[in-house]
Design a protein around this ligand. Structure first.
Ligand code: HEC
Length: 208
């Protein structure tokens, strides 16, 4: 008699256990102590906007929302996490210098390379980058004899007298925003890589 009672108790426990394992995309299954799963503070990544979600479990007396409701009514679209303001800069990134294509003179006079001038790796990488991004127009040594320059006139000869004195900041700005016939490369080449190229162009000019 005793054994039988235990057996039926066992079957019922097992049944509840198995039933609580059933879960679908929209159904988390049976939750034991749901207050432990559903955060009262705003959850940025698991926002639940349906006001009555989980009302069958418990209704919050203060705002009459369901147990699972988790949205911030004070933000637009009741978002829990707001988008960063435009022009937000990632932690650790240098603040962008706000110049436009017309500010070449300012850039040439004020922008300084953040890279170590004694670092030979800068030149090595600068050469590789120059070969990828500049050589087809300006030529291997900067003499405006690249394959594109053979077809199209107007490519600047970087070893011409007019360019020998230009600063790294000047070159950086031209790479970033382009100038005249030359297109901007700012969106394709990272800021540090643009400085590496600028250093390499000066090196080309000095060894010409
Ligand atoms: C599609 C061809 C092309 C590519 C690629 C190109 N340039 Fe130019 N570059 C030009 C032309 C054309 C000019 C002349 C622009 C003008 O005065 O109208 C020029 C001008 C320049 C000048 C002189 C700017 C001045 O103050 O007059 C520099 C410096 C320069 N380029 C550097 C570079 C560097 C560095 C790269 C590689 C990141 C590069 N260019 C890629 C075509 C190109």
């Amino acid at each position: 008699m005793r054994l039988k009672r235990f057996r039926s108790l066992g079957i019922i426990t097992l049944g509840v256990f198995i039933a609580s394992c059933a879960a679908g995309i929209d159904d988390t299954g049976l939750e034991y102590a749901p207050q432990m799963y559903h955060s009262t503070p705003y959850e940025p990544l698991t926002q639940i906007v349906q006001e009555d979600a989980g009302s069958w479990l418990d209704s919050n007396e203060a705002d009459e929302h369901g147990e699972f409701y988790n949205s911030n009514p004070y933000n637009t679209h009741a978002m829990n996490m707001r988008e960063p303001v435009a022009n937000t800069v990632r932690r650790g990134e240098p603040l962008p210098v706000r110049l436009t294509v017309d500010d070449l003179e300012v850039a040439a006079a004020t922008l300084m390379s953040p890279l170590d001038s004694a670092d030979l790796d800068v030149l090595k990488k600068g050469k590789a980058l120059y070969t990828s991004y500049c050589k087809h127009c300006h030529g291997e040594k900067g003499n405006a004899d690249g394959l594109v320059a053979e077809k199209y006139a107007g490519v600047a000869n970087l070893n011409g007298a007019a360019y020998l004195e230009i600063s790294e900041g000047h070159i950086f700005h031209v790479i970033t925003y382009g100038k005249g016939l030359m297109g901007a490369h700012g969106s394709q080449i990272s800021s540090d890589d643009r400085w590496r190229i600028a250093r390499y162009v000066k090196e080309l000019q000095n060894n010409n």
